[in-house]
Write a protein that binds this ligand. Structure first.
Ligand SMILES: Cc1cc2nc3c(=O)[nH]c(=O)nc-3n(C[C@H](O)[C@H](O)[C@H](O)COP(=O)(O)O)c2cc1C
Length: 414
């Protein structure tokens, strides 16, 4: 997404499918653009029987995309590139057919291919005859898509084009636009432009002897996804990572550490002049007091290890005079909310992202959900692939960061 001064302009793919409500979509484009969005219209073949692409080209100022096999269009921005360009995919109207294709994971045309290829949030504004909308097949598709994080806007109830009464009308463009700009999901791609962001990731290893160490189950996936999302949002990103086997995201400056002490030192070497500090690493709270220089032998029946507290990198950054906006993570097995709120206050953090960890959630999983707290509020970020969740979290952090700055008002951010 692009930022012009303080104005953020989200990049929206507007999918238009073959429903009678497509006549409302040019008005939707106009209203989205009025609110500062950049809109790329993608039409299905059926949509073109209702409206001409030139209508959308005129209101959007962009050539409409309608064909996966359009060589010229693919050469200027390939469909995968277009899928990555988007901060949000909005399909309005969404036909029963397209909803079914999305539910089945089909990619038979450009629009459904983009929907599969994108990491951006997807919003659907369904529009169809009330009997179609109430069919079990359509309702099951809806439930399935909602369970995967796709959001439905409407439909509204009322008189339909066919003369029926009931649910199935597409929401009015004004209501769709309001919902789009209220949704805490879109990623302003340049919302962190010019900011220096330090992110920690992965576990630490606290040596016991030359061959053994104490560590934890952190895979580093969330921290690396955050680094990628922050970089895509225009930030200059420093990633300080414990031992993990993940590729460094493009454009990110990575430094490797092993122990909690090294993590502390590496962060403090670089924190000066940073704007945001996101502490996603699972840093060991304790380390063996003595690191044996020789491998410990199997001799005595019991072996006692004396553990001492490791330095608290997060709290030490939050304590800095004129330090960065500081975001912590709390991985908890119980009382997630209470523990997270306590950590937020005790460590004097600006925000904290909490999640429950256990065999099926949190560490080393591909998906995660978070509850994020700050002084006067909190929000749930629903279960999603870590790459998607990271974008949502970066967007939220950007909003809170801007709100914390004396000269800018939160209303300047979407
Ligand atoms: C006049 C007319 C109006 C239609 N209106 C709708 C509609 O409002 N909603 C819908 O789901 N399908 C509607 N259809 C059926 C779709 O156009 C059809 O299922 C098509 O395959 C949808 O393709 P698409 O989802 O790729 O655009 C309509 C068909 C016609 C001929």
């Amino acid at each position: 997404m692009q930022k012009d001064g303080n104005q953020i302009s989200p990049r929206i793919i507007l999918g238009v499918t073959g429903g009678i409500a497509a006549y409302k979509s040019p008005d939707l484009v106009r209203r989205l653009i009025e609110r500062g969005a950049q809109v790329q219209v993608v039409m299905t073949q059926s949509a073109k029987t209702f409206l001409s692409p030139s209508t959308f080209q005129a209101v959007s100022g962009r050539r409409v995309r309608d064909d996966l096999w359009d060589e010229a269009a693919e050469a200027s921005m390939g469909h995968i590139e277009l899928a990555r360009w988007a901060d949000l995919v909005l399909i309005a109207p969404a036909t029963a057919h397209t909803i079914g294709s999305l539910a089945a994971g089909l990619a038979g045309d450009l629009l459904t291919t983009l929907a599969l290829a994108t990491d951006a949030p997807i919003l659907l504004a369904p529009a169809m005859n009330q009997a179609m909308w109430s069919k079990k097949a359509v309702q099951e598709n809806r439930t399935l898509l909602e369970s995967r994080g796709i959001r439905f806007l409407g439909p509204a109830e009322g008189e339909q084009a066919c003369g029926d009464q009931g649910p199935g009308r597409m929401l009015e463009p004004i209501d769709i636009v309001n919902a789009v700009f209220e949704a805490p999901v879109q990623l302003p791609s340049e919302v962190l432009k010019g900011l220096r962001v330090i992110i920690t990731a992965g576990p630490t290893r606290e040596p016991i002897d030359p061959v053994r160490y104490i560590t934890n189950r952190s895979s580093g996936k969330m921290g690396f996804a955050l680094a990628a999302a922050a970089q895509q949002a225009g930030a200059d990103v420093i990633l300080i990572s414990g031992p993990v086997s993940i590729k460094t995201p493009a454009g990110v400056n990575r430094f490797e550490v092993e122990t909690a002490k090294e993590m502390y030192e590496s962060v403090h070497q670089r924190v000066d002049g940073s704007d945001l500090f996101i502490a996603c690493a699972a840093v060991s709270d304790y380390r063996p007091e003595i690191e044996s220089s020789e491998k410990l032998k199997r001799s005595a029946k019991n072996l006692n290890l004396e553990l001492v507290r490791s330095p608290d990198t997060l709290a030490s950054v939050a304590e800095l005079q004129n330090g960065p906006f500081t975001v912590g993570f709390a991985a908890e097995t119980q009382n997630v909310t209470e523990n997270a709120r306590m950590k937020l206050i005790k460590k004097n953090l600006d925000m904290i992202a909490a999640n429950r960890v256990g065999p099926e959630c949190g560490f080393d999983q591909e998906t995660n959900s978070l509850r994020v707290f700050w002084k006067n509020g909190d929000i749930e970020l629903e279960n999603a692939p870590k790459s998607v969740l990271a974008k949502r979290l970066i967007n939220l952090i950007a909003k809170r960061y801007v709100a914390s700055q004396p000269k800018q008002s939160p209303s300047q951010v979407i």
